[in-house]
Design a protein around this ligand. Structure first.
Ligand SMILES: Cc1cc2nc3c(=O)[nH]c(=O)nc-3n(C[C@H](O)[C@H](O)[C@H](O)COP(=O)(O)O)c2cc1C
Length: 349
């Protein structure tokens, strides 16, 4: 049993979080993590507000433990989704890529806000904005880590802010959990590792690719969804790095965003302008490329399309070799972490 500021703050048994992963962290996996003593995070970026409320209710039907949602704050729909989650009084609101305008409202119903950062100076800003805890994402991570690795970023951020830290990027076993605690974090968040568990909906073809991958088998580039991000080195991912800026696909992506969000042309134009003007705005082309990336991502996880699909995945796939149940994985990590900490303790003369 490891008691940390993370377990205390969120009222959970183990300092292990399921990283929010669009499409993948749905109620079955979220509740499996919660019921095994970890912190499950439902990703709602793909949802309409109505779907958000429905999925939150499904999680509540499957577990009575604390859980959270994850929402990327860029793009249309983010505000409405956060409002839907707040209306459901979701205990933990985890956001990434943006500024949290909703901290006061979440605190008002007794919830906690967890900001995700990948650059040290953003940690201080997130704490100033009122975040209760931070997810600190290193370069090794699947999707949107920045330049600094977990090894460098975690101790830096731990020296800068006083709130509990959850280390993300490269964690997949008990040694990693023990190391994160040693670096100043209060627990870990895992994405890639939780993609390859029995309760994960990721297609077997891609689970197998993750298990076969070495630590060298990922690519880090902006071509996948317009932001710097890491994916598994598949045929299509390699081709995308060679093709460069996908102008035609990006325009198709923008139209897809319009359709998926049910936007009228005037509303679509207004949102595009707003995004182009925003202080930390992400131009519409980024959003459009996200739509393209999302379609290829969906092909990977639902159809198992190893030719045309791409999958966000981290360097730690090199250490992922099995497809256990969520509970087996969490129990194994806890036993291993406690063993490592005992062993280290014995090193003292
Ligand atoms: C398939 C996939 C989808 C992801 N989607 C999101 C998302 O919707 N929101 C987010 O904040 N992070 C997202 N991430 C990043 C994870 O939350 C997390 O930061 C990352 O997986 C941690 O690194 P690891 O894979 O080494 O554990 C995604 C990661 C993966 C693998």
């Amino acid at each position: 049993m490891l008691k940390t500021r993370m377990t205390e703050m969120f009222g959970i048994q183990h300092p292990i979080m399921l990283a929010g992963m669009n499409w993948i962290t749905e109620p079955k996996l979220v509740s499996a993590v919660c019921n095994a003593g970890g912190l499950g995070i439902l990703a709602i970026a793909r949802c309409t507000p109505r779907e958000t409320r429905e999925l939150v209710r499904q999680v509540r039907d499957m577990t009575d433990k604390p859980f959270g949602i994850n929402q990327i704050l860029i793009g249309p729909g983010a505000k409405e989704n956060i409002e839907a989650a707040m209306a459901e009084k979701v205990p933990i609101i985890n956001y990434s890529l943006g500024k949290p305008w909703f901290v006061g409202d979440v605190h008002a119903y007794g919830g906690k806000v967890v900001g995700t950062i990948a650059i040290a100076k953003h940690a201080a800003k997130a704490v100033q904005a009122g975040c209760d805890a931070l997810v600190v994402t290193g370069h090794e991570a699947a999707a949107h880590g920045a330049a600094a690795t977990s090894m460098v970023l975690i101790p830096l951020v731990a020296s800068m802010v006083k709130v509990p830290l959850i280390a993300a990027g490269g964690f997949y076993d008990g040694r990693g959990l023990a190391a994160a605690l040693a670096l100043g974090a209060d627990g870990i968040s895992m994405g890639s590792r939780f993609m390859v568990v029995k309760e994960s909906m990721v297609h077997d073809n891609f689970k197998r690719l993750c298990m076969e991958a070495t630590e060298q088998d990922t690519l880090y580039d902006t071509v996948f969804d317009g932001l710097e991000g890491r994916v598994l080195k598949t045929k299509e991912a390699l081709a995308m790095t060679k093709r460069g800026f996908p102008a035609v696909e990006a325009v198709k992506g923008a139209l897809l965003v319009k359709k998926l969000m049910g936007l009228s042309w005037p509303k679509f134009a207004a949102i595009s302008l707003e995004m182009l003007r925003a202080e930390e705005g992400h131009p519409l082309m980024v959003l459009a490329r996200q739509a393209v990336g999302n379609m290829k991502h969906l092909k990977a996880i639902t159809e198992g399309d190893v030719e045309g699909g791409i999958l966000f995945a981290g360097q730690c796939c090199g250490g992922i070799t099995d497809n256990p149940s969520t509970k087996e994985l969490i129990d194994r990590i806890m036993v291993e972490a406690e063993g490592v900490l005992d062993k280290l303790n014995k090193l003292k003369g």
